[in-house]
Design a protein around this ligand. Structure first.
Ligand SMILES: Nc1ncnc2c1ncn2[C@@H]1O[C@H](COP(=O)(O)OP(=O)(O)O)[C@@H](O)[C@H]1O
Ligand SMILES: [Mg+2]
Length: 354
């Protein structure tokens, strides 16, 4: 994906953005001190689904409002053989307005602008160190309202990108240029963690470790259509991970007619919730499996939505049934070999899901 920042793919989400005012304030403070001895790299870390990409997007919107040029790139799991892939993703495809605002972008080494044909298949034997120096020199010449480069999913970055990043952390730019990187902490290669942590120690890097969203924000802002108690149960099952929270909400909304009052947690399995509009996947499963009990069908549907993240607790929250009943129904479904336990402890996956 290569996009200039005003492309629709990186506009702020139309859904509300909640619970991250402290993080946004910290980012604003970095912008205030940019090129003035403050950090020139921001390191956003956290588990999958916690909101790293969304924070990058919101941050990009704010930086743009200040008149900065914002470019965004993403490391891809299957492109680790391409040197500088996330940088090239960000720099390969800049818009005319970006080039007018930051003409230095034209001077970046071709390797960083996506010209890595010579390098694919490992033929690139160029002077790496020289290339890092050149890149830092070009970025260091940026003036005016400045440049923000957002690099997502850096836990998948290729080795050359990691080296370049390490160089830029060791030699902080004295220019209005900010790099904001996002990564899953547990999947990050040790060299990157080490480089960033060293930068935190020297003051070159500001780390923002994302934790769960606040319960009140989720219940009051993201689940207004649900009775607060029900929303609180879904929040508890999600453990504050916004991806899980939104997925559970969606599954919950899809499993009941709209605006139906929520049944109590102990409602019997054959309550009204089984007859609502269904998601495509759910409908498919239900058509294939007419002989299942209603609770078993709903569990299958919810597991199809949740994928590898399904736990008995989450399924209980979606189906509004005590966990003990969920576990019993799971046993029945597994006996029919329609579902299998996942490798990870306590997780469940629909059979054939990989
Ligand atoms: N602060 C937030 N407020 C509302 N929704 C959020 C928030 N953070 C993340 N989300 C939503 O949660 C989902 C997962 O977030 P995402 O940024 O993709 O996670 P990550 O990049 O950490 O895997 C997305 O749909 C995103 O829009
Ligand atoms: Mg992400």
């Amino acid at each position: 994906m290569s996009v200039a920042y005003d492309a629709p793919a990186v506009r702020a989400d139309s859904e509300p953005f909640v619970s991250r005012s402290a993080e946004v304030d910290r980012l604003d403070a970095v912008l205030e001190r940019l090129a003035d001895g403050g950090p020139s790299v921001v390191d956003i870390t956290g588990e999958a689904g916690i909101g790293k990409s969304r924070l990058l997007t919101e941050f990009g919107v704010r930086a743009r409002r200040r008149g900065m040029t914002v470019l965004r790139g993403q490391a891809a799991e299957y492109e680790r053989h391409s040197p500088f892939q996330p940088f090239a993703d960000a720099f390969a495809w800049v818009g005319r307005r970006d080039l007018e605002a930051v003409p230095e972008l034209r001077e970046l080494p071709a390797m960083l602008r996506g010209s890595f044909e010579e390098a694919s298949s490992g033929r690139w034997t160029g002077d790496r160190f020289g290339l890092y120096q050149e890149t830092a020199a070009v970025l260091g010449r940026v003036r005016g309202t400045g440049l923000a480069v957002l690099l997502d999913d850096l836990h998948w970055a290729d080795p050359a990108s990691l080296e370049l990043l390490d160089y830029l952390i060791r030699h902080p730019l004295r220019a209005p240029v900010l790099l904001v990187v996002a990564r899953r902490d547990r999947q990050t290669p040790m060299v990157l963690t080490t480089a960033l942590t060293r930068g935190v120690d020297t003051g070159a890097v500001l780390r923002i470790a994302l934790g769960p969203l606040g319960e009140r924000d989720c219940v009051e802002e993201l689940a207004r259509d649900l009775p607060p108690r029900r929303a609180a149960e879904i929040y508890a099952a999600s453990e504050g991970n916004p991806l899980y929270f939104l997925t559970l909400l969606q599954a919950h909304r899809g499993s009941r007619p709209p605006l139906m009052p929520s049944p109590p947690l102990s409602a019997p399995a054959e309550g009204p919730t089984g007859s609502g509009p269904r998601t495509g996947l759910e409908a498919l499963l239900l058509d294939e499996l007419p002989s299942l009990e209603p609770l078993e069908r709903r569990i299958l549907g919810a597991t199809a939505v949740l994928g590898d993240h399904a736990t008995p607790e989450m399924l209980g929250a979606i189906t509004a049934v005590p966990v003990s009943e969920v576990v019993e129904a799971l046993h029945q479904v597994m006996k029919r070999d329609l579902m299998r336990p996942s490798n990870a402890q306590d997780l469940i996956a629909v059979r054939g899901d990989g």
